[in-house]
Ligand binder design. Structure first.
Ligand SMILES: [Zn+2]
Length: 269
């Protein structure tokens, strides 16, 4: 009996993934912000619930992009302040569960990222997967949905801006862009941004680069942008540009100015 109990203890999910003394799965800035822009930062955090240990990775791996979007949380904070916009950021690492993936995505809980295997994500039971979704993914998205519902009920305009960062190189191929403007069906804000950023002549900006948006690989744009009919854009900023406080502040200012101008150019604000 004791051996069986030992196996059960090792493989069963704990009753709670996030302990009572650990932070909630999201944080809010500017809850009463008046801007039509609403900011989300799905990959803001790199925290792991204690119950998951270090997922079998060493500390260096957990500081890399595979765990989070370096600099994105701080840029989002600057944007929230500068625009007086509501902002929500995920607390926990994308390696716990990726909040910008549909639940059916094979990379919702990644077992490999770039060249790194994630041992703590291999061979999860259905209960373990469900627990990550229920305690991290669902409360985060429920809070976004509640905010969007409340704004719609109040007749407030909402423009979704979801903020990410990308690595200067991926699998040894360097990326030429400083920033990327990503979009799917609704091109209003994205095209206005591309037009004005290119007109400045200073930036190599990606048009649906370094990633493209799809219903099977993304959550925020399809679910909150397309399904709710909200103007939207996904911003990607290269991590080396926003790795320190000066860069984060500069890009926060720059992107805020771009959003205000592009929003006006597109007739959205
Ligand atoms: Zn991201």
């Amino acid at each position: 009996m004791s051996a069986v109990a030992g196996i059960d203890a090792a493989t069963a999910a704990p009753a709670r993934l996030i302990a009572a003394d650990e932070p909630p799965p999201y944080s809010i800035k500017n809850a009463n912000g008046t801007s039509p822009f609403l900011l989300t930062c799905d990959h803001a955090g790199r925290r792991l619930p204690r119950a998951l240990g270090n997922l079998g990775l060493d500390g260096r791996e957990l500081e890399r992009h595979i765990a989070w979007d370096i600099g994105a949380a701080e840029v989002t904070s600057h944007l929230a302040a500068r625009l007086d916009a509501f902002a929500i950021a995920q607390t926990y690492s994308r390696l716990v569960v990726d909040c910008n993936r549909p639940l059916a995505s094979p990379t919702l809980i990644a077992t490999r990222s770039e060249r790194t295997d994630i041992p703590g994500n291999a061979n999860l039971t259905d209960a373990q997967r469900r627990q990550r979704v229920d305690e991290v993914f669902r409360p985060y998205h429920a809070r976004i949905e509640a905010e969007l519902d409340a704004r719609r009920a109040a007749g407030r305009r909402t423009i979704l801006v979801t903020v990410h960062s990308f690595t200067p190189a991926y699998l040894d191929v360097s990326r030429p862009w400083q920033a990327g403007i990503l979009y799917h069906h609704d091109t209003r804000l994205a095209h206005a941004l591309l037009h004005l950023i290119r007109a400045e002549g200073e930036w190599v900006v990606g048009d649906n680069e370094p990633y493209s948006v799809s219903d099977t690989s993304d959550y925020a744009i399809p679910v909150y942008g397309t399904q709710r009919g909200l103007a939207n854009v996904e911003l990607e900023i290269r991590q080396d540009l926003i790795a320190d406080a000066d860069g984060q502040a500069a890009w926060g200012e720059r992107v805020a100015a771009w959003l205000l101008r592009a929003g006006a150019d597109a007739g959205l604000i």
